[in-house]
Write a protein that binds this ligand. Structure first.
Ligand SMILES: [Zn+2]
Ligand SMILES: [Zn+2]
Length: 217
C-alpha cells in the first residue's frame, strides 16, 4: 500500500493519497487550495486518481476541489450538510480569517459534488471507505474508515492531542464530542488516525493522552 501526504497551503492542511500500489488507482483525501501541489503528490507517487474524498467544506480542505477535479477528471465527494460552506467561500473565509483574500473565486465548489451519506461504503481504488458522519466541527463533517488497513481519515474531528475548533459557523462542542464517542472512539486502539492537520496518531494513544477525550468523553 502507498499512503503519502503533504501539508499544504497557509493552514498546513494534510492532503492524503492512498493507493494499493505504484501505477495503480488512488484516492485523494482533502484538496487544500494548492492544486499544483496536490497534482505533484499524485505524479510523484506514480498513481492514477479515481476519486477525491473531502472531509468537510472548509476552504483549507475543499478549496482546491474544483481545480483537482478539473485537472484529473475525478469526482469529488462531500456531505451535503456542508453545502452552506462550499456554496459561499467568501463568507466562510471572512469568518475564519477576518478578511477575504484576493483570488477567492478559485475556492469555489466544483460543478458537482457527489453526496456522502452516513454508513455507506465506497469501493474505490481497491479499498472500502466507510463514511462516518461526524458533525461538530462543521455540520457535514465526515471521517473515512478503511477497516482492512486499520485507518481512519479523521479530518478536523480528531488531531494528535487535540480536537477541531467548534467556534466557527455550524460548530458545536457537545456535538463534536458525541461524534467522538459514537463514531470515532469505538474503533480498535491500534487504528491509525490520519488527521487533517498535524502528525499521525492512534486511537489507543488518544484514549490516554488527549485532554479533551480524557475530560469530556
Ligand atoms: Zn476545518
Ligand atoms: Zn482544517
Amino acid at each position: 500500500m502507498i499512503l503519502t501526504s503533504a501539508e499544504l497551503w497557509a493552514a498546513a492542511t494534510n492532503c492524503y493519497v492512498i493507493a494499493p500500489e505504484r501505477g495503480g488507482p488512488a484516492v485523494i483525501v482533502d484538496a487544500p487550495p494548492d492544486v499544483d501541489a496536490v497534482i505533484r503528490l499524485i505524479t510523484a507517487n506514480d498513481v492514477v486518481p479515481v476519486a477525491l474524498l473531502v472531509t468537510h467544506g472548509h476552504v483549507d480542505h475543499a478549496g482546491g476541489a474544483a481545480g483537482v477535479t478539473k485537472r484529473t477528471g475525478v469526482s469529488a465527494y462531500l456531505h451535503p450538510d456542508d453545502d452552506y460552506l462550499v456554496s459561499d467561500p467568501a463568507t466562510q473565509v471572512r469568518s475564519i480569517f477576518g478578511f477575504v483574500p484576493p483570488g477567492i473565486e478559485e475556492f469555489a465548489a466544483p460543478d458537482h459534488y457527489v453526496d456522502l451519506a452516513h454508513g455507506e461504503v465506497l469501493h474505490l481504488a481497491g479499498f472500502d471507505f466507510e463514511v462516518r458522519h461526524t458533525p461538530g466541527h462543521t455540520l457535514g463533517h465526515c471521517a473515512f474508515v478503511v477497516e482492512d488497513e486499520g485507518l481512519i481519515f479523521s479530518g478536523d474531528q480528531l488531531f494528535a492531542g487535540a480536537i477541531g475548533r467548534t467556534d466557527l459557523p455550524g460548530g458545536d462542542f457537545g456535538t463534536l464530542m458525541d461524534s467522538m464517542r459514537t463514531q470515532v472512539m469505538t474503533l480498535p486502539d491500534d487504528t491509525r488516525v490520519l488527521p487533517g492537520h498535524g502528525p499521525e496518531t492512534t486511537i489507543g494513544r488518544e484514549r490516554v493522552v488527549n485532554p479533551f477525550i480524557l475530560e469530556y468523553l
